[in-house]
Design a protein. Structure first.
Length: 270
């Protein structure tokens, strides 16, 4: 289910997102994030407040039995569990809860068979063109152009950042900054609906942090996205990355708590 377009946010102020607006940003984030990933076979469905991603093959080799992922806006935890169990019974899964009270959310879900994984932040940059910055001539951001370059980036960065068959997709972009022929800052994006860009996997080598590399990489992404018609950006940030995105103008839409199911749970929480 595709939620209404971004024009519904015209008068929305930072930190003042209603539940309905948070769900729209959730939808935009989820679709950009899924499009950016190298896992291409999945089914995305919506059941009331619950978003359900069912994978054909496990997106993480370390947890090959987890083929389901849920994202939900904070409500009654038992109601959310009932919705989950109506779709998959008690199979292993991930659960991300978007909530105004992360501490309480952890207390609510831990007794119900969930293990805390991480704190995240749903963020949105509206009016993308207005937040573009001048290019820093001292930091050369490169966009991957060839299969060989993509394979080199994957190998030297020790991650599957680039999916070479998708290099010709105009809605995908893979970027890096190199130092002495090694990538020290990397990232990618995907575009949905011809107007929403979703930066993903923005990473800077620890030895090169606090030098403006992440900001310049994102600025280049933003510029390329605006050039093809994008008007806003959405992403899910780690705790460490939140300040970077705030400096670039991103709104804090909602904190999020990521859980993994750890044992069988029933509708009565036993």
């Amino acid at each position: 289910m595709v939620l209404p377009p971004s024009f519904l946010f015209l008068d929305c102020k930072p930190h003042m997102y209603s539940d309905d607006q948070i769900q729209i940003v959730m939808d935009h984030f989820l679709r950009t994030w899924l499009k950016a990933r190298n896992v291409l076979s999945y089914r995305l469905e919506r059941a009331g407040p619950l978003f359900h991603v069912a994978y054909t093959s496990a997106p993480m080799l370390t947890t090959p039995s987890r083929l389901n992922e849920f994202l939900v806006l904070q409500g009654n935890p038992q109601d959310n569990l009932d919705l989950i169990h109506s779709r998959i019974d008690a199979l292993p899964h991930w659960l991300t809860v978007f909530t105004h009270d992360p501490a309480q959310t952890k207390r609510d879900y831990t007794p119900l068979g969930y293990e805390f994984v991480s704190d995240e932040f749903l963020m949105r940059l509206p009016n993308l063109e207005e937040h573009l910055r001048p290019v820093n001539p001292n930091l050369a951001v490169r966009r991957v152009q060839t299969v060989d370059e993509g394979m080199w980036l994957n190998q030297t960065s020790s991650q599957m950042l680039v999916h070479p068959p998708r290099l010709r997709d105009p809605d995908m972009g893979y970027y890096y900054i190199a130092n002495e022929n090694l990538p020290v800052c990397t990232g990618r994006y995907s575009i949905i609906d011809k107007q929403i860009v979703g930066p993903d996997k923005i990473q800077t080598h620890p030895a090169f942090r606090r030098q403006g590399l992440g900001s310049e990489l994102l600025n280049t992404m933003h510029r390329d996205a605006v050039a093809v018609g994008c008007t806003e950006s959405v992403l899910l940030s780690s705790v460490e990355g939140q300040r970077l995105y705030q400096r670039l103008g991103y709104d804090d839409v909602s904190p999020a708590v990521v859980f993994a199911s750890v044992h069988r749970t029933s509708v009565n929480g036993c």
